[in-house]
Design a protein around this ligand. Structure first.
Ligand SMILES: *Cc1c(COP(=O)(O)O)cnc(C)c1O
Length: 262
């Protein structure tokens, strides 16, 4: 593992937010997230290896992410493509797998296809078409998760559940896209009885898709506040930000349209 960077690279603002030793903070938080994952797997009768932790690094400055890399994090989940592009440029000396987890505009696909390994918010035919065309030019493929709106909130991105099977059929036209699974953002609530039905819904849809002979098998669901429940409901990938990196100051409405509503 590379040595932790010098704390002298931190700004006063970084120290206010992450403390004087982000390496220690992230390492500690990773241990506690790992313990939570292990307990949830035990509760669900699943083996730990079946769940992948995707750390979500949005709002954490690139210079601070060097400490996360030193703490062992290799997959970086970013919501906004511009933010990911800027961080990648700053961290080009590190081996990082970039995963874009947020909504993407069709006119921005070229930024994503240049470097991202996976994309968790595929939600339209137009976007699939644009990604495929660009990937073709770059002669590469991309792992994709199809985002489904499981909470029936109008302001949320993602396909409606009823649109999923026809959509998966359409995806066969785009050989550069490798469909891996379904992704959802659950209802914004600390009440697990409200959150759980979203996860159950996604799992049911995945099972239907599998019977429909789609390539997708995985579930990308669960965040800092609810990933244990997501694991119990079958999550294969949990996308975790604040539990590792601490509270964000940017309002979540900047990243999710529905966060303003909740
Ligand atoms: C920010 C974000 C997460 C992680 O949220 P936390 O509450 O910080 O764990 C997961 N998925 C997406 C799409 C995000 O934008």
């Amino acid at each position: 593992m590379p040595a932790s960077p010098e704390p002298t690279s931190l700004t006063a603002e970084d120290i206010t937010r992450f403390g004087p030793d982000p390496f220690a903070l992230f390492s500690r938080n990773l241990v506690s997230v790992e313990e939570r994952i292990v307990r949830a797997c035990a509760r669900a009768g699943r083996s730990r290896e079946t769940v992948r932790l995707l750390p979500v690094t949005k709002t954490v400055p690139a210079r601070v992410l060097r400490f996360a890399h030193a703490a062992g994090i290799r997959d970086f989940g970013e919501n906004k493509i511009q933010e990911a592009v800027a961080k990648r440029a700053e961290l080009s000396d590190l081996a990082i797998d970039w995963c874009i987890v947020g909504h993407l505009q069709t006119n921005k696909v070229k930024y994503l296809t240049r470097f991202a390994r996976e994309f968790h918010a595929l939600d339209s035919v137009r976007l699939a078409e644009a990604l495929n065309a660009r990937l073709d030019r770059e002669d590469r493929s991309l792992d994709v998760y199809v985002q489904v709106n499981t909470s029936a909130e109008e302001s949320k991105y993602g396909l409606q559940p009823g649109e999923l099977l026809p959509y998966l059929d359409e995806l066969r036209r785009f050989p550069r896209l490798k469909p891996r699974g379904l992704m959802t953002l659950a209802v914004f609530s600390t009440d697990l009885d409200k959150v759980r039905p979203c996860f159950e819904r996604l799992r049911e849809l995945r099972d239907i898709a599998v019977r429909h002979d789609s390539a997708i098998t995985e579930l990308s669901m669960g965040m800092s506040n609810d990933f244990e429940e997501a694991i119990v409901q079958g999550a294969d990938v949990v996308r975790v930000g604040e539990a590792i990196f601490g509270k964000r100051s940017t309002p979540d409405g900047h990243y999710w349209p529905q966060a303003e509503k909740a």
